[in-house]
Design a protein around this ligand. Structure first.
Ligand code: NAD
Length: 258
């Protein structure tokens, strides 16, 4: 299937590793000009080399509003006005609800929610001016299936389902689609970190925690980041032009409910 993305300019947030990196790589393969950001210059440079193409990278903390505005300015100057925005972040603090502090909740709001609000607000005028745009938020399975060790993520990601729908309605007539992809358990550093939390709580090894997680899934394995990226790239593409306001689970059937 031709996604019709040749020459499109794509900003992919938090993309030096994991799912964001896989998304940036796939969009570059689809001949997009890709702008990625993350906080660490060294890992960003490694990611930029690995992605190849005309990929540019910028040191940005997605929690910081000024950084986000600067990232858009730099991308516009170096590549042009973005046609595609993929929001992403490292995931908020994990732990049981009763142990979460106000500071952790605030960090979660800044990293998980406000970066989505701010980045979408920044790129929308340019997309409306060109009459075409794609916004995809990478959120989580926990938006639909709250997880006891991810109370902050579960709460904020459920809110992002509503935000995605509201944003989609606001810009639909301007040729922009807004959707969210909700990954399930995916083989990344984030997944290893969550396994470490479970391992400590359950007094087992991290490897055992990862295996236990896989055994619980209908597919009996974790997702690869590229399997999440494929859904994101499809939603960015021309063939997905009539899909908007949706929160798409890519979880191998993990979420309960219909
Ligand atoms: P990861 O830890 O592998 O990668 C996170 C990326 O974000 C890295 O490039 C990191 O440098 C960057 N990053 C982190 N904080 C940042 C910040 N403040 N500013 C800029 N860049 C920052 O994570 P991942 O597994 O790819 O997860 C990505 C998102 O998907 C997270 O929000 C996570 O909650 C969500 N998610 C992941 C899984 C999973 O199993 N991996 C499942 C559901 C949802």
């Amino acid at each position: 299937m031709d996604l019709g993305l040749t020459g499109k300019i794509a900003m992919v947030a938090a993309a030096s590793k994991g799912i964001g990196f896989a998304v940036a790589g796939l969009l570059a393969q689809e001949s997009c000009l890709v702008s990625i950001c993350a906080r660490n210059e060294e890992t960003l440079e490694q990611a930029t080399d690995a992605i190849g193409g005309d990929t540019r990278s910028y040191v940005v903390d997605v929690k910081n509003a000024d950084d986000l505005a600067w990232w858009l300015e730099q991308t516009q100057a170096d590549l042009g006005t973005p046609d595609i925005l993929v929001t992403n972040t490292g995931g908020p603090p994990a732990g049981m609800l009763g142990d979460m502090t106000d500071e952790q909740w605030q960090e979660g709001v800044d990293s998980t929610l406000m970066n989505v609000v701010r980045l979408s607000r920044l790129v929308t005028p340019g997309m409306l001016a060109s009459g075409w745009g794609r916004i995809v938020h990478i959120t989580s399975l926990v938006a639909r299936d709250p997880n006891p060790i991810l109370p902050i993520s579960s709460t904020l990601r459920a809110g992002l389902v509503a935000l995605t729908r509201l944003q989609a309605l606001e810009v639909a007539a301007g040729g922009i689609t807004v959707n969210a992809v909700l990954p399930g358990h995916t083989r990344t550093d984030r997944q290893t970190h969550l396994a470490e939390v479970r391992a400590e709580r359950e007094k087992i090894s991290v490897e055992q925690a990862l295996q236990n997680q896989a055994d619980l899934l209908p597919l009996k394995r974790l997702a690869e980041p590229e399997e999440i990226a494929a859904a994101v790239a499809f939603l960015c593409g021309q063939p997905a032009s009539y899909i908007t306001g949706q929160s798409l689970l890519v979880d191998g059937g993990a979420a309960a409910g219909i």
